[in-house]
Write a protein that binds this ligand. Structure first.
Ligand SMILES: *[C@@H]1O[C@H](CO)[C@@H](O)[C@H](O)[C@H]1NC(C)=O
Ligand SMILES: *[C@@H]1O[C@H](CO)[C@@H](O)[C@H](O)[C@H]1NC(C)=O
Ligand SMILES: *[C@@H]1O[C@H](CO)[C@@H](O)[C@H](O)[C@H]1NC(C)=O
Length: 471
């Protein structure tokens, strides 16, 4: 059993000196997360003020994680707004406080009937899901300042990038002996590997990410969707014959493995043939052949994503990640499983298996209540709906600073490159400026002094790789 859960139980049932003594000796673990949990457990028993004083003492004696009273207040305040927001916008969802200052549990109403079964265990999906707000606040903020497109400079800059990483992005790359023949690897990746990022943070204004859910057919969102600056679609989602529901515009399309192999069919979905195609997985010889021989003129890239753990593996979340890395604001359509859902359907085909719809729905609600996205669905048809109780900018800012300390992602506030765990200089003189006239994008580039931030995947050790200009 988890230490903090034990402590929680003890704190609420037994206040004897002996138990206290045990609890205090457990603080030997220097990890701030543990300390937070302990503090939280004790706070339940002895009131918050005492604990704040106690915690200040703990952080002093445990050196430099530097979690202050203000930091804890920021986390408490974030969670409190977050809980109100979920209540006000979640259509029956509720966020309960978890085991520490960071954790929340998002719960569906008890009368929700889960329909999805784990194909391996046969178990029905549960009705409550744990999320870590600290992790979410810190990671998503990072995404907004990063590029999510794989580039050559990124592979070049990784320690042993060609030997350790490049082959993983090539189908059957395992046979390439860690890119022993780099020319061959480069050849396979060349058609989808720009030298530097084709997009910069906040390059675009309002973006819409369109899922494939059948509930899109219950409303006519088409016109509304076409009003966005950028529309991002997924896999084989058709446009023709459905424009009333899903709009006509299509700027980007994110592809999983299966759809990417049918690249020739996918390019036909957008009649302008200008859609940018983003492949989530690997480049395949079949795709290279199609791009060369058909030929396919749409830009095609591989996506580079942050690690969000098991909560977030689907194409939908990757599409949101990409959108957040290039847009000011992100709205989502066609993803939700609203109360009373019968089964997971697609707007263009019969129902299908899908995966963990309730978990996904809860995760998206968390994103909405962290001010990252806005959800549109048949039950939220008003385009001007205000998401109530979204934590304010200043609350989010303070909570992010606190979260970075809790997660030990130390960075100095004044240093725009403070988040970089690895810094490399560009070979090329300058990134082609694609920012156009958007002021916020230019400002951001100035703030980071022309650097590009790349998320490092879990296998490479997390963190951020920063490419800084030549000079
Ligand atoms: C490496 O790959 C290139 C491109 O396919 C090929 O021309 C070359 O012969 C290969 N070199 C070796 C040493 O196998
Ligand atoms: C649209 O409808 C027409 C006529 O039924 C059909 O031939 C065509 O394949 C449909 N297109 C898509 C993308 O489903
Ligand atoms: C992201 O960039 C903005 C400026 O555009 C800055 O205020 C913020 O601190 C940056 N966040 C991180 C995590 O680097």
């Amino acid at each position: 059993m988890d230490l903090s859960a034990t402590l929680l139980q003890k704190a609420s049932t037994d206040h004897s000196e002996r138990e206290r003594g045990e609890a205090f000796s457990a603080v030997r673990s220097p990890h701030p997360m543990k300390i937070l949990r302990l503090a939280f457990a004790l706070a339940l028993a002895s009131g918050i003020t005492a604990i704040l004083i106690y915690i200040a003492g703990v952080s002093q004696s445990y050196g430099n994680n530097g979690i202050s009273e203000d930091d804890l207040r920021a986390l408490v305040s974030l969670r409190s707004d977050f809980q109100k927001c979920v209540k006000a916008n979640g259509l029956g969802l509720e966020a309960l406080a978890g085991r520490d200052y960071c954790e929340v549990v998002i719960q569906f109403p008890p009368d929700t009937l889960p329909k999805w079964r784990d194909p391996k265990t046969g178990e029905l999906e549960g009705l409550s899901f744990e999320f870590n707000l600290c992790e979410a606040v810190a990671t998503w903020e990072q995404v907004r300042n990063s590029t999510t497109i794989l580039t050559k400079e990124f592979i070049d800059a990784l320690p042993n990038g060609w030997e350790e990483y490049a082959w993983r992005r090539i189908n059957k790359g395992i046979n390439l002996n860690r890119c022993e023949n780099k020319t061959l690897c480069l050849e396979k990746l060349a058609l989808v590997l720009p030298e530097t990022p084709p997009y910069v943070p906040r390059q675009f204004g309002r973006c819409a990410v369109i899922g494939n859910s059948g509930d899109l057919l219950k409303t006519n969102f088409g016109e509304e969707i076409d009003g966005y600056d950028v529309v991002i679609r997924e896999n084989g989602a058709p446009i023709q014959n459905y424009t009333k529901y899903v709009g006509r515009k299509s700027t980007f399309r994110l592809l999983n493995r299966g759809s990417a192999k049918a690249l020739d069919k996918v390019v036909e979905l957008d009649e302008t043939r200008k859609e940018v195609l983003l492949i989530k997985t690997t480049i395949h010889d079949i795709m290279n052949k199609m791009i060369r021989e058909l030929p396919i003129h749409n830009p095609v890239y591989l996506m580079l994503g942050a690690s969000f753990g098991s909560a977030a593996k689907g194409t939908g979340l990757k599409a949101l990640e990409f959108a957040l890395s290039i847009c000011d604001s992100v709205d989502m359509y066609g993803f939700t499983v609203d109360p009373g859902y019968k089964e997971w359907t697609r707007y263009f085909s019969e129902s299908r298996q899908g995966h963990t719809p309730l978990h996904g729905r809860a995760y998206y609600q968390m994103m909405e209540c962290l001010g990252l996205i806005k959800i549109h669905s048949p039950m939220r048809v008003d385009v001007n709906r205000v998401v109530k109780w979204v934590p304010s900018r200043s609350t989010l800012h303070a909570a992010r600073i606190a979260s970075e300390k809790v997660l030990r992602r130390f960075r100095s506030e004044d240093d725009p490159l403070g988040a970089c765990t690895l810094v490399k200089k560009r070979h090329t003189s300058q990134v082609k400026s694609t920012t156009g006239p958007r002021n916020v994008a230019v400002k951001h580039q100035q703030y980071v002094k022309g650097a590009t931030m790349y998320p490092l995947e879990h296998s490479i050790g997390d963190g951020v790789l920063c490419m800084v200009p030549k000079d």
